[in-house]
Design a protein around this ligand. Structure first.
Ligand code: CP
Ligand code: NVA
Length: 332
């Protein structure tokens, strides 16, 4: 993490070397070669708030805490006084007295920011309407495994990732992650569904980021082709499908525009026949199961970085981080 930053809300909190260190640790954890204590998070607790459903995020964080010797408590809003009007700030202050970190899956990104502002322990965004930084960690780890070059396959410099479809929460964090690892990005999204403007602008300082409405141009020569559902949990309006279909569906023809050895990625859950053809997601170029598995390894690395031996001790929170990007607007 950047010096003084203990939350992971967007991915902007991570710089290039912090990202690289986390990915190195995640790879060692996956190989069982991380060394160190057997239960480095013994006695540590992660409080998890889920305003929305989850399979991968919920289970991988809970299993990850268990494997590191710690404990996770999953809380649905209906189980908490949040449902009766207790504020996020008061909830955060209370959880900070019991737990060592908070993971929150929320509708409005401002909710995870409110938790972070009220909390004296690290807050991790487990998906908001605007960002999904934990997914980005797993995605970068997967691209390293499939396409990395240099010593230990750790370099992603010069690779091209094509994002096809909705320039959504997953896309926003992934662009920030690509910028930290030297990967160029080409987004093809219908008008009105582009990624956040500040994310694109800031990422262009490090890598090439093209945004167009042309899937074939975006996929051209790509090393990675990625997409996501066209109906996110926070936006299930069936009417939005008309903007995407059939043009933005990733099928074999579109994959044919990418490099021959390109991989297909999707954060899951997927709807076959809508954003992706079954022949692609279930075909030989698909990396989606390794991508899902890597949620576990990369989040264990994150938890160790935040809570493990040598991690900064939690104390009074410094003023709100300039790295936070609330509901699409990046604070100055
Ligand atoms: N990719 C992802 O976050 O999956 P879940 O919604 O199942 O957690
Ligand atoms: N964009 C999707 C991602 C789910 C993991 C959503 O927000 O529902």
């Amino acid at each position: 993490m950047r010096a003084g930053t203990r939350d992971l809300l967007t991915f902007a909190e991570l710089d290039a070397s912090g990202t690289s260190r986390l990915l190195d640790l995640a790879a060692r954890l996956k190989r069982g070669a991380a060394g160190g204590k057997k239960a480095p998070l013994a006695g540590r607790t992660l409080a998890m708030i889920f305003q929305k459903p989850s399979t991968r995020t919920r289970v991988s964080f809970e299993v990850g805490m268990h494997q590191l010797g710690g404990h996770a408590v999953a809380l649905a809003p209906g189980d908490m006084q949040l449902s009766r009007g207790e504020t996020l700030g008061d909830t955060a202050r209370t959880l900070s007295r019991y737990a060592d970190a908070v993971l929150a899956r929320v509708f409005a990104h401002s909710d995870v920011e409110a938790l972070a502002a009220g909390s004296s322990i690290p807050v991790i965004n487990g998906l908001s309407d605007a960002f999904h930084p934990c997914q980005t960690l797993a995605d970068l780890m997967t691209v390293r495994e499939k396409k990395g070059s240099g010593r230990g396959g750790r370099s992603l410099e010069g690779l091209k990732l094509a994002w096809i479809g909705d320039g959504n929460n997953v896309c926003n964090s992934l662009i920030l992650g690509c910028a930290r690892t030297g990967m160029d990005v080409s987004v093809a999204a219908p008008k009105g569904f582009e990624p956040l403007e500040w994310v694109v602008r800031e990422s262009r300082e490090a890598v090439r980021v093209d945004v167009s409405a042309d899937p074939a141009a975006a996929a051209g020569g790509a090393d990675v082709v990625a997409t996501d559902t066209f109906k996110s949990i926070h936006n299930e309006d069936a009417g939005r499908l008309a903007a995407f279909l059939p043009r933005y569906r990733v099928g074999r023809r579109l994959m044919g525009k990418a490099k021959k050895d390109a991989v297909f990625m999707h954060c899951l859950p997927a709807t076959r026949g809508r954003e992706v053809e079954a022949a692609v997601i279930d075909g030989p170029q698909s990396a989606v199961w390794d991508e899902a598995e890597n949620r576990l390894h990369s989040q264990k690395a994150l938890l160790l970085a935040l809570l493990g031996p040598g991690a900064p001790r939690c104390g009074p929170r410094r003023p709100a981080s300039a790295a936070r990007g609330g509901n699409g607007k990046r604070p100055a």
